[in-house]
Design a protein around this ligand. Structure first.
Ligand SMILES: CC(=O)SCCNC(=O)CCNC(=O)[C@H](O)C(C)(C)COP(=O)(O)OP(=O)(O)OC[C@H]1O[C@@H](n2cnc3c(N)ncnc32)[C@H](O)[C@@H]1OP(=O)(O)O
Ligand SMILES: CC(C)C(=O)C(=O)O
Length: 539
């Protein structure tokens, strides 16, 4: 797939960069039906194929909650379930059909009368009901699963469509395992089902076997060989066994498919279905390439994703496109610098367009000065160049040990740097041997005038041993009057802050030290207190 236009990739919404007068370009999330490009119908099967995921079963109330949200999202069709599968699913589909207005409500049925009867019972009260009938069309499915020949299966398909048609004007027929089916036979089945009254023909890649070029070609060839397809909606339904569900669906759209069957977060049988949010945002972002659009209210995407994840109890992987927690997080310095200069450098979708408040700049050891300066400004710090250099140095030091530097971490780092006293002694390193069967032993190294000084001492606890050791190095005793240790940030790798008040030479000196290691934080605080003592004119 070559780029079809300039590097401004957001075909649907125009340039992401700010305009000359500094305004963001306006963008509507629910597009008006374009007379220029084809409308792609979004058929959501989260409540049917999505619910086939082990452990994801939804009760009636949960299905209704999701269906209502799917209606707000603006999907064209909600496949609410497989009504013959259990009495509860029948009731769930009935509830959705009765209460959810807007989208077509579909119920799935095998190509047998009993399933179709129950499917109709389930959807008949919908504003716009649809019965969705399916039967395998590949020789593998016919011979090994259904145990019948091509001709009798074709007959069964036709009878099923006719039977469903008695109930419902809108009947979708799916040629299950189409991508592994004999092409000529597939064409015959499709032609016969359209003649029998099918309004939608679905060509599924049931086992995720297709490759994008090949699947696109299949759709193009079907359109050429079966002219009757022009009278109905041609649909695709792709599975993700090779990680190609979205790519295959998009290839199909390029080659004439008008309906895409997909699920929120890509949930579905085995490796899942094509993910709705990826399909919709790919079509929207590259609209001129596809010459197509959907009428999805994209600002509802993130909310819908969170709801499905919560109710199905299936977490969304952080790097999931569009809805993953990292989808709009920039953590490396070069990217952050680019984003701060102009979002179009590293952002092809505005987070707010999918319902995410804003992108986030995550501060890590891979962040640069631009992002650090930006966050400091956001926190209200105005630093001189010299102060900034110091904060940056300490930031890198802490960031090398923590995965992420929060705003609170940063505030602590700044406070320490800005209230700094001259360092007569600089903390370098420590080692501790401790346990419940030995007296704790600490070795500490401090730097004075560029020279490392190391000593060792025991204590009644590891922190006490460290403090004793520091006193030996600086040649001055102190009495610990107050000692406070707290986690200043959340999480297992939180930054620990130690505050001490030490009586040295008859006066009290306070010290502060910060580190993800609480003993190191304590040592730094103790050295800091002694430095204040020395800065006070004590030799
Ligand atoms: C590709 C897809 O995702 S298709 C949808 C898959 N989803 C599900 O299967 C979930 C819901 N399914 C169910 O609740 C059950 O499987 C039911 C109610 C449909 C059927 O249950 P059972 O009657 O116990 O049959 P079971 O599931 O064991 O076997 C399926 C039967 O349906 C037949 N069958 C499979 N697909 C079709 C079809 N499209 N049309 C007609 N018959 C079919 C099979 O050949 C098999 O029949 P057999 O027992 O005569 O060999
Ligand atoms: C019922 C059909 C559409 C299906 O789920 C599939 O082929 O994967």
């Amino acid at each position: 797939m070559g780029l079809d236009g300039p590097v401004d990739l957001c075909d649907a919404c125009g340039p992401l960069s700010t305009t000359k007068n500094g305004n963001r370009n306006k963008n509507t999330t629910r597009r008006k039906e374009s007379t220029m490009s084809r409308k792609i119908h979004i058929f959501d099967t989260t409540l049917r194929d999505g619910e086939q995921v082990p452990g994801a079963k939804l009760n009636r109330r949960q299905k209704l909650e999701i269906a209502e949200q799917l209606a707000r999202l603006g999907v064209d069709v909600i496949e609410a379930g497989f009504p013959c599968s259990s009495p509860e699913d029948l009731k769930a589909v009935q509830t959705v059909a009765e209460q959810v207005k807007g989208p077509v409500i579909a119920g799935l049925a095998r190509a047998v009368q009993q399933d179709i009867d129950i499917a109709w019972e389930a959807v008949k009260k919908a504003e716009r009901p649809r019965i969705h009938v399916f039967l395998g069309s590949s020789d593998i499915h016919l011979q090994k699963k259904l145990r019948r020949d091509r001709e009798s299966a074709l007959q069964q398909a036709v009878e099923a469509v006719k039977y469903a048609k008695k109930y419902c004007e809108d009947v979708e027929y799916s040629t299950e395992d189409a991508s592994r089916s004999d092409f000529e036979y597939l064409c015959r089945v499709i032609e016969a089902c359209i003649r029998a009254g099918a309004t939608v023909i679905n060509v599924p890649d049931t086992v995720g076997y297709a490759l994008p070029e090949q699947y696109g070609e299949l759709i193009r060839n079907l359109r050429e060989k079966v002219p009757a397809l022009d009278k109905v909606i041609l649909s695709v339904h792709c599975h993700n066994d090779l990680g190609l569900a979205v790519a295959n669906s998009l290839a199909a759209v390029r080659n004439g498919a008008e309906q895409v069957e997909c699920t929120i977060n890509g949930v579905g049988e085995r490796a899942g279905n094509a993910s709705l949010e990826e399909i919709v945002m790919a079509i929207r972002t590259r609209e001129s390439f596809f010459d197509a659009h959907t009428t999805i209210n994209t600002r509802e995407i993130y909310r819908t994703s969170r709801m499905v994840s919560r109710l199905m109890n299936i977490p969304v992987q952080p790097n999931k496109a569009i809805v993953g927690s990292n989808a709009f997080a920039h953590s490396s310095g070069i990217h952050q610098d680019g984003i701060l200069k102009d979002r179009s450098t590293y952002e092809i979708i505005r987070p707010e367009d999918v319902g995410i408040k804003a992108h986030s700049l995550v501060l890590t050891a891979r962040s640069g000065r631009a992002a650090l300066r930006h966050r400091l400004k956001e926190l209200g710090y105005e630093l001189t160049d010299e102060q900034f250099q110091r904060v940056h140095k300490r930031f890198l030091n802490v960031a090398d040990r923590k995965k992420e530097i929060s705003s609170q971490d940063l505030a602590t780092i700044v406070e320490i740097e800005l209230t700094k006293v001259p360092e007569t002694y600089t903390f370098d390193s420590l080692q501790i041997m401790s346990g419940n069967t030995m007296q704790p032993l600490a070795s500490v190294t401090l730097i004075k005038d560029g020279e490392k000084i190391t000593d060792a001492a025991t204590g009644n606890g590891p922190v006490n041993a460290v403090f004793n050791c520091i006193e030996r190095i600086v040649g001055q005793t102190g009495k610990l009057r107050d000692y406070d240790l707290k986690a200043v940030t959340m999480g297992k790798d939180a930054l620990g802050e130690a505050m001490v008040r030490v009586e040295i030479g008859g006066s009290i000196y306070s010290g502060i030290g910060t580190s993800p290691d609480v003993i190191e934080a304590s040592a730094r605080a103790y050295v800091n207190a002694f430095n204040r003592f020395f800065a006070n004119g004590n030799a």
